[in-house]
Design a protein around this ligand. Structure first.
Ligand code: F6P
Length: 328
């Protein structure tokens, strides 16, 4: 991890340690909201201080009663320019909260709005990028750094070392492992007009971002993320032999929900694709925290699926018709 990232993380973690924190909020839009939501899941599982994840504009309009000087608000915008996220950061700061932002763009409006600033690296698909410098790695380093500072524990130290030493290799090996499956997905699903995604627990946000960002936004393919537990409370009625589903199975406490949903789905849909974290190569990630990293690997694997789908559809992932072009 480069020194710039280490120093930014250390400043933010120390600032949190010096406050009496009564709640954490994770606030962002779209893909960035999907990125920060797993951190809320981890805090929810690990500590008693409550935390919540919000879409930026709802955070402002809903204005949680508990937001104030004892809050830590972590916002994220890849571009650093999403107006709702910049405004949510300013709003939280006005309320006296400790604000920490994550962004790829130094000196962006988000960077200026937050008190503490974390930069992460990004490279377009296929280009070399160190796994430990990506947005998810910086977010995880922040969250496990906060946990380790507040409640020193071998597990949190293991998580930090997994991010710094194991994550890059895990990303690379799992991309290689699933390359053929990604190519087959592109070939076999290129004409689909609709593809559902399904997951639970820490992996739900991967299903969500694949549905709203990769399929809807970047491929203009209809989709919806279904929670594995909620599947039986409405959505399973649309299951049929020709309806495609991508089901992600995690390794954590909610895996039984994924097993149940997958077992039903595969019985009635001939187009059920399984992304099973049990098949991931997680060597280098400490076994006591592996379930918290499956979403990171599923995200990288599915990004490769989207890339090969896009090559087959001829619709580049960068093409938009409204986003950043029209007033909205
Ligand atoms: O605030 P960010 O992360 O720059 O997001 C801007 C846009 O990028 C996406 O995350 C993906 O293109 C969208 O969901 C979002 O509207």
């Amino acid at each position: 991890m480069n020194q710039e990232h280490v120093q930014q993380l250390e400043a933010a973690i120390q600032a949190v340690a010096q406050r009496k924190v009564s709640n954490f909020y994770f606030v962002a839009c779209g893909g960035s909201l999907a990125n920060v939501t797993p951190a809320q899941y981890i805090l929810d599982r690990e500590i008693e201080i409550p935390s919540a994840a919000y879409s930026s504009n709802e955070f402002i309009h809903r204005s949680p009663k508990a937001l104030g000087p004892s809050s830590v608000v972590i916002t994220c915008s890849h571009s650093g320019n999403t107006p709702e996220t910049v405004a949510a950061t300013a709003f939280a700061r006005e309320k006296g909260a400790l604000t920490i932002c994550l962004t790829n763009l130094v000196d962006s409006p988000l960077w200026e709005a937050a008190e503490f600033k974390l930069h992460y690296n990004y490279a377009p698909y296929g280009e070399a990028l160190r796994g430990e410098e990506t947005s998810m790695a910086i977010l995880y380093r922040l969250v496990f750094g906060i946990l380790q500072t507040l409640y020193p524990n071998e597990k949190y130290a293991n998580a930090i070392s997994s991010i710094e030493n194991g994550l890059h290799g895990v990303y690379e090996r799992n991309k290689a492992l699933t390359l053929d499956a990604a190519k087959a997905f592109g070939r076999n699903y290129k004409r689909e007009k609709l593809i559902y995604t399904m997951a639970s627990g820490i992996n739900y946000s991967v299903a969500y971002s694949f549905a709203i960002c990769l399929l809807q936004e970047m491929q203009w393919i209809h989709s919806s993320a279904i929670h594995s537990g909620e599947y039986f409370h409405g959505p399973f009625e649309i299951t049929d032999f020709d309806v495609p589903f991508i089901v992600i199975k995690g390794l954590g406490e909610t895996r039984p929900l994924d097993d149940r949903a997958y077992d039903f789905c595969v019985k009635y849909s001939d187009k059920t694709i399984l992304i099973d974290a049990e098949t991931f190569d997680l060597e280098g990630i400490s076994p006591d925290v592996r379930s918290y990293f499956t979403n990171l690997v599923a995200g990288v694997v599915l990004r490769q699926y989207a890339q090969h789908l896009s090559e087959e559809t001829g619709h580049a992932l960068s093409v938009r018709r409204y986003m950043w072009k029209m007033e909205y």
